[in-house]
Write a protein that binds this ligand. Structure first.
Ligand SMILES: [Zn+2]
Length: 273
């Protein structure tokens, strides 16, 4: 999965440090990220790559995280593709990068970039927020309100009936491959209740014997995915919610199409089955 970057180590502990020239930085412009693409690999810039054209970049950078003791910073400047060799590419590129540590750094940075960008003002009193020097937190000096990065829990349920797995396709989305039942936890729900509800809503069946499999941070959509396997309970007749799904069907184990890159918990769970 995209977060499995061993032997490299992702260290998200917050540090209130100033960037140095060898540190890497991430620059986003909407759904694009600044990279150099060389031999099919993604490279992120260091401040030294930009010190001639953008000498102030290093002074306005915000620490994000470390991977193997390499610091990653975030910068707000946008049109840095004016520097020769660097360009903004779609963040969908993170879904096809075989070196997960490169795409994981980029997509976690993208989540934080969105969070900072969407939380410039206090949602309680409207004043401009400040950045805590002790943790990854924004706070309002005026009213004391605090905000932490947005992470929404979401379940993924692999429902099986003997040798068959329930596979679905989303309605009206660019993603056209097979998926599993998935949905956000709603207020007042346990994850188990979310799983039962989502399966019932999306395909009209009941499940039993829920077993937790693994979880996955999914920074593309600010979600924390929680994967369960579950057995069909009772009638196997599928009635899809056509607003959510274009297809829901039982697929024999040997007919489940293999995926080349298993960046998602969904693809790993299909493989595990
Ligand atoms: Zn406030």
């Amino acid at each position: 999965m995209i977060q499995d970057i061993e032997p490299r180590i992702f260290d998200n502990s917050f540090k209130n440090i100033i960037a140095e020239s060898q540190d890497l930085f991430l620059s986003y412009n909407g759904d694009t990220v600044l990279v150099k693409e060389d031999m099919d690999k993604l490279w992120y810039p260091s401040f030294s790559d930009f010190e001639n054209e953008y000498p102030d970049l290093i002074h306005n950078a915000r620490f994000l995280f470390q991977i193997n003791n390499i610091n990653y910073f975030l910068v707000e400047e946008k049109e840095l593709d004016s520097v020769n060799g660097w360009s903004y590419v779609t963040t969908n590129r993170f879904r096809t990068e075989a070196k997960y540590w490169r795409s994981f750094a980029g997509v976690v940075g993208w989540q934080l970039n969105r969070w900072y960008g969407n939380h410039q003002f206090c949602s309680k009193c409207g004043k401009q927020v400040k950045h805590s020097e002790k943790e990854r937190m924004l706070y309002c000096e005026s009213c004391g309100f605090q905000a932490y990065p947005t992470i929404s829990p979401c379940v993924i349920v692999a429902v099986h009936d003997g040798n068959r797995l329930l596979l679905t396709k989303y309605a009206g989305r660019a993603y056209t491959k097979y998926a599993l039942i998935a949905g956000f936890a709603e207020i007042g729900e346990s994850l188990e209740q979310t799983a039962h509800r989502e399966v019932k809503e999306e395909v009209g069946i009941n499940i039993k014997n829920l077993k937790f499999y693994k979880s996955q941070p999914w920074p593309f959509t600010d979600t924390l995915l929680v994967g369960f396997f579950a057995e069909l309970d009772g009638d196997n007749t599928i009635t899809i919610d056509e607003e959510e799904l274009s297809l829901g069907e039982w697929v024999d184990r040997e007919n489940i199409p293999p995926e080349e890159l298993k960046i998602s918990l969904t693809s790993e769970m299909m493989e595990a089955f």
